[in-house]
Design a binder for this molecule. Structure first.
Ligand code: SF4
Length: 413
């Protein structure tokens, strides 16, 4: 659905037709719950009351807070790895407060809504953005599936102050997050980005998800980081060099952003890039990036021809990764490569996962980059198999793994 700017503005000032409700937002895990901070902002904008909980606290303490605050709704936006804990919590909270309704949104819901709907303790599923969902939740019976409407990035400002204050370990987290837009130009086979693009259509996706936020909004957001303990800010766009090829608008944006960031915030930054945008980026954009960050993480996943096809990243090969590393290094930017090993042999594309993994890691060694090695996401479901694969690779290469227990391992490339 595409809304005209005029109509969209009208929607944003539309008054809620109900009394204020109480909402509890639950943080889980060690990553910033950035998505729920936008939910918090939307709730506050409509004059609701909110309370944040750290879902990793002891369940008795959490239940006491639920009892004291007595919320109408409890909201979760879990990643897949946090879903189990969300279910434990919602089960316990509902026993403490029988009138409580649960609302689930976020990436895990986006990926497998039909599966999640089956859970009896989940009352509302919100698919997509939070915008225009609050009144629908209040006015709909439980077991309603609600699809959010997109809004322009200039309307999207997270409410982080309450989050940082009420979940202090996140307020004190050394690395905070910031994003300039909320989409991605790629279509990796293991990622739910494609679902959003398909559902809202490519035109709306470009207009709403790929448009950048006003720089002032980002600077205002980051001023809060200066009031909390922050040593570094992660520029969490999937690709900070998106749209920075010669003559594209992104170069001007990145230069302006860098200038204002240095002037107003001046916290060290870390950003994500991809080989394809690095090799196509204008020199001006690379110079601005070098001024902004010390290190980038380059999402490579795999470099071999067939396994790249498995990920739907066939446009990227080893030569492009090597070229991208060379360009970044020449600009004084340190590179951390993110690769995935232990691929499943789907459609016969990875008949020899050990050789595929070793070759990918050897390339990282040859490039002398930092290395983040992932084996948990798309690997074989059997953790023992993954563990065995990592152990085998480390043994073959005489590497000392940091962790090789079927979860993730960082080897000194
Ligand atoms: S680059 Fe990242 S966000 Fe984009 S489609 Fe691939 S995995 Fe998803």
């Amino acid at each position: 659905m595409i809304i005209s700017i005029k109509k969209e503005k009208a929607l944003n000032v539309k008054k809620s037709t109900h009394n204020a409700k109480k909402w509890c937002l639950v943080h889980i895990g060690n990553d910033i719950t950035y998505g729920l901070a936008f939910v918090a902002a939307e709730l506050l904008k409509h004059k609701h009351k909110i309370m944040w909980l750290d879902g990793d606290d002891k369940i008795d303490e959490l239940n006491k807070k639920i009892k004291d605050f007595s919320p109408d709704y409890v909201c979760f936006g879990p990643l897949s790895t946090e879903f189990k804990r969300s279910l434990e919590l919602v089960d316990s909270f509902k026993k403490t407060l029988h009138s409580l309704k649960s609302v689930f949104g976020g990436k895990h819901v986006l990926a497998i809504p039909d599966e999640i709907k089956k859970n009896e303790n989940i009352d509302y599923l919100v698919w997509g953005p939070v915008y225009e969902t609050i009144d629908k939740i209040i006015n709909s019976p439980p077991k309603t599936y609600i699809k959010g409407s997109p809004t322009f990035p200039h309307n999207m400002q997270p409410a982080l102050k309450e989050y940082f204050e009420q979940v202090p370990r996140m307020g004190k987290r050394e690395r905070k997050y910031i994003m300039s837009h909320f989409g991605c130009v790629y279509n990796c086979s293991f990622c739910c980005t494609s679902l959003t693009r398909q559902s809202y259509g490519p035109k709306a996706y470009t207009e709403y998800w790929l448009a950048r936020r006003p720089i002032k909004n980002m600077i205002d957001e980051a001023k809060l980081f200066l009031k909390f303990y922050t040593k570094e800010v992660s520029f969490e766009d999937d690709d900070v060099l998106y749209d920075t090829h010669e003559g594209a608008e992104g170069t001007r944006w990145l230069k302006k952003f860098t200038e204002l960031w240095k002037k107003e915030i001046n916290l060290p930054m870390f950003a994500n890039v991809t080989p394809q945008t690095v090799v196509n980026a204008s020199n001006e954009a690379l110079v601005a990036l070098a001024d902004l960050v010390e290190t980038v993480q380059m999402g490579v996943q795999t470099t071999q021809g067939d396994s790249s096809r498995l990920f739907n990243r066939h446009f990227q090969d080893e030569a492009q990764v090597i070229e991208a590393c060379k360009i970044l290094t020449e600009h004084g930017i340190k590179v951390k490569l993110e690769v995935i090993v232990g691929l499943p042999n789907i459609d016969g594309l990875v008949p020899d996962p050990v050789t595929d993994s070793v070759r990918t890691i050897q390339m990282c060694q040859e490039l002398r980059t930092l290395l983040f090695l992932r084996a948990q996401l798309v690997g074989h479901r059997d953790g023992i198999w993954i563990s065995g694969l990592l152990a085998l690779i480390c043994k073959q290469q005489n590497w000392q793994p940091w962790s090789c227990e079927g979860n993730s391992g960082t080897c000194p490339g």
